[in-house]
Design a protein around this ligand. Structure first.
Ligand code: DGL
Length: 263
């Protein structure tokens, strides 16, 4: 294993930084390239075929260019649609991010779990399978909240987040039949933990917000156990959006990225 080989983390935007943060804590010396597919954002409004083609094509090109030791799809939408396809085409381990229904089912006391994701994620058969396997006998309420993706992006550019937008997303779960008993909500989009404080306030103190970032970081650390790392500057690359890239500089610098480049 080349000790300089990076971990490649891909999301449609900056949501995957919530996975990056956990990976960084688990493996502080690992070289990382974070790729934001701004030119394809949002994935959640696209068809399954569009997301699959985009993610397979991009990761194929990126893997060839950077020879990563492992690829992490830090996006629930892309993972629930294309994880299997990406694994078929890449020759390195591929770790996906799928809705944290299993831990949520273990934590709920009322038996009513909410799931907030993109429009594409909430309709995926992959989510049906997770529900059948881990939330059998419980109630899973699903709601799409695509506006939270844009709100999270805006927050990392230093822009204000409207409490009204957050409240409406929370109400979309709460107002469903059984929503009054919901005590656990799966943040099934990597952008949403960037709004954890705002969402916690809107959901109320009795609702637990669950995401899979720490579990994914543990999985990656397990797969890379024993491998040597040559520390290297953290790289952030983005497709398109060269003009808006400077607005993320502060959020990226806080996480240790020295520069942002266009892919
Ligand atoms: N962050 C992505 C996810 O986890 C999707 C955001 C988008 O719609 O592009 O689902």
């Amino acid at each position: 294993m080349d000790p300089a080989a990076p971990i490649l983390i891909l999301d449609s935007g900056v949501g995957g930084l919530t996975i990056f943060d956990a990976v960084r804590s688990a493996l502080p010396d690992a070289p990382v390239i974070y790729a934001a597919d701004f030119a394809g954002l949002p994935y959640g409004d696209k068809t399954e075929a569009e997301v699959a083609a985009r993610v397979c094509g991009l990761l194929g090109r990126m893997a060839e260019r950077w020879q990563p030791r492992l690829v992490c799809i830090a996006c629930n939408t892309a993972s629930t649609i294309a994880l299997g396809m990406v694994r078929d085409v890449l020759e390195v381990p591929v770790v996906g991010t799928v809705p944290a229904i299993k831990p949520a089912a273990a934590l709920t006391r009322s038996g009513v779990i909410g799931l907030l994701g993109t429009a594409a994620t909430v309709r995926q058969p992959y989510v049906d399978r997770l529900e059948a396997e881990f939330a059998n006998g419980k109630t899973l309420l699903r709601a799409a909240a695509p506006e939270l993706v844009l709100a999270a992006e805006a927050k990392l550019r230093g822009e204000a987040v409207s409490p009204d937008v957050i409240a409406k997303a929370a109400a979309r779960l709460r107002d469903q039949h059984g929503g009054g008993r919901m005590d656990t909500v799966v943040l099934a989009c990597t952008h949403f933990p960037l709004l954890r404080g705002e969402l916690a306030e809107a959901m109320g103190p009795d609702v637990l917000l669950v995401d899979g970032a720490d579990g994914i970081a543990r999985r990656i650390a397990g797969l890379l156990r024993g491998q040597p790392f040559t520390p290297a500057p953290l790289r952030f690359v983005a497709t398109g959006a060269g003009d808006t890239l400077p607005r993320y500089t502060r959020a990226l610098a806080q996480r240790g990225f020295s520069a942002a480049d266009v892919f």
